[in-house]
Design a binder for this molecule. Structure first.
Ligand code: PPS
Length: 567
């Protein structure tokens, strides 16, 4: 049966079972096999359970999968663009039989649903690629089922929900589609435009949204993406807080903010169509299509023209019951300080990128670009370097002067009294964090990555971490760099004092012992030290006093804007 106009039925209820059935399933599940879901799969499960994916009432089976890939329809003829199947690894797939019930759990093992397996099959990746991208090259994104990696087998079947995935944040903004539909009926919202946002919105966005809403006599349902676009480097919490501040500035009853457990699948037309269906299920009549094809980022370029995309969407609109609306370009009239729609204008995202640049440079954001309420939230994430955390990571031979330098800098940075400073000297770490480790290659790598983990937590929270291990191997040094750079600055300082000088100093008498063969595997003697290829600084302490060396580091920090003022 074909559903050309399959409008969502507001009487549809979630797939969560009654409390008594819930109890019963929990008892029976003691004997069930389990599948744990990753973050993206949890989003899909929630969308199935709360009916955002109506009319699906479970994971698709093979016939629907084939039909969707081939004809963009379920086997009963209703429009559906993408496979929603449960991706599992080969071992799990081979262990389940048809008719068996499987417990679906989150990463902590909490049971969320029971799947009665009706079908097990291997993903046809080539058919998926052709269906999604045709002749066009794939433009990035993840695989259909949110699998990422080895979950290349699919399970299909009906779901009985026990609980939505647990959320402890923004709990007052998580209405399900049936709840949202009821709210719209109660408040007599006729036309509603669904706007999914992966970045904070500002003045130009507001002018654009108000213009579109007024042209269609509609209101707005604004939803932050659950997993925001990495391109805009805001986390989920910052994004929601920014959008909450933004929505709070709009006239009452013009906009509702709701979290849809939606992650963006970069899957071209079919991805947009799935979003159309989800918007429709939440009670929207229209949806906004951001014009990412025009964005000045190569990463987000669509491989087909936006125009062709819109034409296709218009056709799909007829079938899905949702009307796509194209984002408009905006111009700022300097005299009045107002934004107006204009074909010659720019996409609103450009304002956002300019705002982030200002915040990162520590400059004031022009008033006509955004709102203080939004900037207050965004400013917590996009800080100038002088307010971000960073790590000074000293590496070099024993006796090179790492600890001496680290201690002087610890004091100098405390004197500046800007951010909290933590010293993770080699000896301190070996006593408190890595006391069970020896000096084998494996244990040294582990020791260094442990230091990196602690330092990254400190940097994430805006502190300064000074680390001073020998760190003789590039692999762990690179890992540490990656861990830390996602949160703030990483300044690798190679203390390249020659071995002869280190050996001459031999404060701990350790080189003498190594030369005498009393200790084995001494770095520089009978164990390697791989010099860093591109450290931010190299310091040879045999050519300067410790104080001079510390000043050099402080000078580097000041010129790169990590600190302000002299010490
Ligand atoms: S590593 O390689 O980064 O895990 O080493 P680290 O944790 O910094 O520990 C270095 C200190 O341990 C003492 N020590 C040795 N160093 C090198 N090789 C061997 N075999 C060894 N055995 C003990 C040494 O005194 C180092 O102290 P520092 O502070 O570097 O002089």
């Amino acid at each position: 049966m074909l559903y050309p106009d399959s409008w969502y039925d507001p009487n549809v209820e979630s797939l969560l079972v009654h409390a008594r059935r819930n109890e019963c399933l929990k008892k029976e599940a003691l004997h069930f096999k389990s599948v744990s879901l990753n973050a993206r799969q949890l989003c899909d499960l929630e969308m199935l359970l709360n009916r955002a994916y109506y009319p699906l009432d479970g994971y698709m089976c093979r016939t629907d999968y084939d039909s969707v890939l081939k004809a963009c329809r379920l086997s009963d003829g209703s429009l559906w663009p993408l496979p929603i199947c449960l991706g599992v690894d080969a071992e799990t797939a081979s262990g389940v039989s048809l008719g068996e019930r499987v417990a679906i759990r989150d990463a902590e093992g909490f049971m969320l649903a029971v799947l009665t397996v009706e079908d097990v099959w291997k993903a046809d990746l080539e058919a998926e690629r052709i269906a999604l991208w045709g002749d066009r090259p794939r433009t990035g994104g993840i695989d259909v089922s949110g699998i990422e990696g080895d979950r290349l087998w699919y399970l299909g079947g009906k779901l009985e929900g026990l609980s939505y995935p647990q959320h402890y944040d923004f709990v007052d903004m998580r209405l399900s589609p049936p709840d949202m539909q009821r709210l719209f009926s109660r408040e007599k919202w006729g036309k509603v435009i669904g706007v999914q946002a992966g970045r904070p919105l500002h003045r130009a966005d507001r002018a654009m949204l108000e213009e579109i809403a007024s042209a269609h006599d509609a209101r707005l349902l604004l939803s932050p993406l659950m997993i925001p676009s990495v391109y805009f480097s805001v986390d989920h919490f910052c994004l929601v807080r920014c959008l909450r501040a933004f929505a709070g500035l709009m006239p009452e009853h013009a906009v509702k903010l709701n979290l849809i457990p939606w992650f963006q699948r970069r899957m071209g037309r079919r991805g947009s169509l799935l979003r159309a269906i989800v918007n429709r299920n939440y009670g929207c009549s229209h949806m906004l299509l951001w014009d990412s094809g025009k964005m000045q980022s190569q990463n987000l370029q669509h491989s087909e023209s936006f125009h062709a995309h819109m034409e296709w969407m218009a056709e799909m609109a007829r079938l899905s019951g949702i009307t796509p609306l194209r984002e408009k370009c905006m111009t700022l009239d300097e005299a009045s300080g107002k934004h107006t729609c204009s074909a010659k204008g720019c996409l609103c995202v450009n304002d956002h990128l300019a705002i982030v640049e200002c915040l990162r440079a520590g400059e004031a954001v022009p008033d006509n670009l955004s709102y203080p309420e939004v900037l207050k939230e965004l400013g917590r994430v996009h800080k100038p370097l002088s307010k971000q955390g960073f790590s000074l990571f000293f590496t070099g031979l024993s006796g090179a002067g790492k600890s001496t330098l680290a201690k002087i800098l610890y004091v100098k940075l405390l004197e500046l009294n800007g951010r909290p400073v933590t010293l993770l000297d080699g000896d301190i770490v070996r006593t408190n964090l890595s006391s069970e480790l020896n000096f084998s290659k494996e244990h040294r790598e582990l020791n260094v990555t442990r230091i990196g983990f602690v330092a990254s937590e400190i940097v994430k929270n805006g502190g300064i971490a000074i680390c001073a291990p020998i760190a003789p191997y590039p692999k762990s040094r690179e890992e540490v760099r990656k861990m830390i750079e996602q949160y703030g600055g990483f300044i690798e300082i190679h203390v390249n004092t020659p071995l002869s000088v280190c050996e001459q100093r031999d404060c701990k008498g350790i080189y003498a012992k190594a030369r005498a063969g009393i200790i084995k595997g001494m770095t520089g003697v009978d164990d390697p030290y791989a010099e860093p290829e591109n450290p931010e600084l190299r310091i040879n302490t045999s050519e300067m006093t410790p104080d001079e060396a510390a000043r050099e580091v402080m000078f580097f920090l000041a010129t790169k804007n990590y600190i302000r003022g002299n010490a």
